[in-house]
Design a protein around this ligand. Sequence first.
Ligand code: ZN
Length: 119
Amino acid sequence: MPSAVVSDLFFQCEHCGTSLVVDRVAAGMALACQSCGADVTVPQAKEDLAIASGVSPSSTERKSELQRHLKENESQRTEITGYINQLTIQLHRWQLRLQTLTERRTELSAELASLSGET
Ligand SMILES: [Zn+2]
């Protein structure tokens, strides 16, 4: 891109409407109008404003796209969390069942040992 296009800033005097051209580095500064002599504030370039505020048509689209992704992400997180909760409950049941079976094995082994001792 030619540097002249990048560095030149076009705007109108807010008092007399004369079209003024200044270097972009003057953006935000107060100057005397070349035509009417009144103080005018050089505006920020549109591209600079878009970057500074983070709001432009493309970033607005990106924002709604990101919000859709976030919503989908949250919905999947809820689904997976539900699975984990169900399986955690099932795991707890299996652990209790295993504990019961282990205790039962101990009882059976002890009873078997006592009968073996009698004979
Ligand atoms: Zn003027």
